[in-house]
Ligand binder design. Structure first.
Ligand SMILES: Cc1cc2nc3c(=O)[nH]c(=O)nc-3n(C[C@H](O)[C@H](O)[C@H](O)COP(=O)(O)OP(=O)(O)OC[C@H]3O[C@@H](n4cnc5c(N)ncnc54)[C@H](O)[C@@H]3O)c2cc1C
Length: 386
């Protein structure tokens, strides 16, 4: 690493998918950027995540960010290296009963109204599309432009692009604290810029203490290679109920085919558990859930299991924008379980703000100022229902 210069237009803290995307978008807008990562690029939640690029519709704001970002992903995919494993698998939302089928139909209408291709599947069509699902399911919804990707490779690719256009990557250094227009590193260096971006994911609170971000632990497992066993990203519609619960541990059937032939099996959500070790009870209930939907998955060989931490906010929307009270400090965090999906649109919003360009979607729903940051450290996380 060359010795960093001290003055930049923008300093981005955190080299996950969000930080690398923000840094590159700012550099491509003509700004001189420093990206600071304490460890390796893409080694945080970005390496732990599933890489499902999915349009979600819990709110108009969530839809707007996920859909815009998905469009940006499809454009980026054309330039990604093969080992980024980008593939437009589509998602099938699996309905176990008539109540979930009604939810699939509601989702279908919502997506159709917004020009997102989707198709209802009868039980027979579902079985044809995914022969390893169990019998007796009520049907499903195929959302064909959803995709999967291997996120840490993309983060590294974005960081290399950043360097290639003359901005700086500062690796192996931690941000210790921010002051107005200053990022202080653990070796005593002070970097200066009129814009500082905290993109530290679930660790963001360590450098900006008054933001409503909490860690939400998740487990994933990956199998050996079984090409064709799963063809689409499969998610149970019950996932929507469990993903919204913020008071209890939850698991849901959520499996993903990788280009390698491996199958990624998820997922779990836990609050108030900052221990990164695998929790055997949660893991076993997650695998049982997968077997409930795909009985033959029990015969597959799991080769690795890991955990990671999502950065959760009370309203399930990320924090993208300035921190009230400090004109230099901006946030790009709180992406919870959608940070791979929404990284590119988050970066676009920031770069548009910094370069004075009108963004394609409104930044307002994601602004940190929607929370009372003076007291938000103690704001209770509210529970939502589908
Ligand atoms: C189990 C699981 C499954 C998921 N599945 C999906 C999915 O299918 N689709 C999806 O869209 N999202 C998914 N997510 C969410 C997604 O992984 C995250 O939202 C996303 O990776 C967040 O990226 P980030 O860049 O904000 O954070 P991170 O990737 O955590 O990056 C933050 C970086 O900051 C660095 N850092 C921390 N502190 C400092 C410091 N003081 N100084 C310098 N550097 C520092 C860290 O080393 C890290 O590299 C999943 C998450 C989990 C845990």
């Amino acid at each position: 690493m060359s010795s960093p210069s001290q003055n930049y237009d923008v300093i981005v803290a955190g080299g996950g998918i969000v930080g690398t995307a923000c840094a590159l978008a700012c550099a491509q807008a003509g700004l001189h950027v420093a990206l600071v990562e304490r460890d390796i690029i893409g080694g945080g939640a970005t390496a732990a995540g599933m890489g499902h690029i999915v349009v979600m519709d819990d709110s108009e704001a969530q839809f707007g960010l996920t859909r815009r970002s998905q469009q940006l992903w499809h454009t980026l995919a054309e330039t990604l290296p093969r080992n980024a494993e980008f593939e437009t698998t589509g998602t099938i939302w699996v309905a176990a009963d008539q109540e979930e089928l009604a939810e699939a139909e509601r989702k279908h209408v919502y997506l159709q109204q917004r020009s997102v291709p989707s198709q209802m599947l009868s039980p027979g069509e579902l079985a044809m599309a995914e022969p390893n699902l169990r019998d007796g399911l009520a049907g499903g919804l195929l959302v064909s432009e959803d995709a999967v990707v291997y996120p840490p490779v993309v983060a590294l690719h974005l960081a290399r692009e950043l360097q290639a256009i003359g901005s700086e990557l500062i690796l192996g250094r931690s941000i210790v604290h921010f002051a107005t227009g200053e990022a202080h590193l653990d070796d005593g260096t002070c970097l200066r810029a009129p814009r500082l971006v905290n993109a530290l994911g679930a660790e963001a609170i360590a450098c900006t203490s008054n933001i409503p971000v909490k860690k939400r632990k998740g487990h994933l497992a990956i199998t050996d290679r079984y090409s064709g066993f799963v063809r689409h990203q499969l998610v149970e519609l019950g996932y929507l109920k469990s993903a919204h619960s913020v008071t209890t541990d939850s698991v849901a059937f959520n499996v993903q085919p990788r280009k390698t032939g491996q199958i990624l099996i998820g997922s779990s959500r836990q609050y108030g558990n900052d221990d990164s070790r695998v929790d055997q009870a949660i893991l076993s209930s997650m695998l049982q859930r997968a077997q409930f939907y795909m009985p033959r998955i029990a015969a597959l060989n799991i080769i690795r299991v890991w955990t990671g931490f999502r950065a959760a906010t009370p309203d399930k929307l990320p924090l993208i924008g300035p921190v009230p009270g400090d004109p230099s400090l901006w946030l790009a965090t709180g992406h919870e379980g959608l940070g791979i999906t929404t990284a590119l649109a988050s970066a676009e919003l920031l770069a548009c703000e910094f370069s004075g360009t009108v963004p394609p979607i409104s930044p307002t729903p994601y602004l940190p100022a929607r929370f009372d940051l003076a007291s938000s450290a103690n704001t209770p996380m509210h529970q939502e229902t589908v």
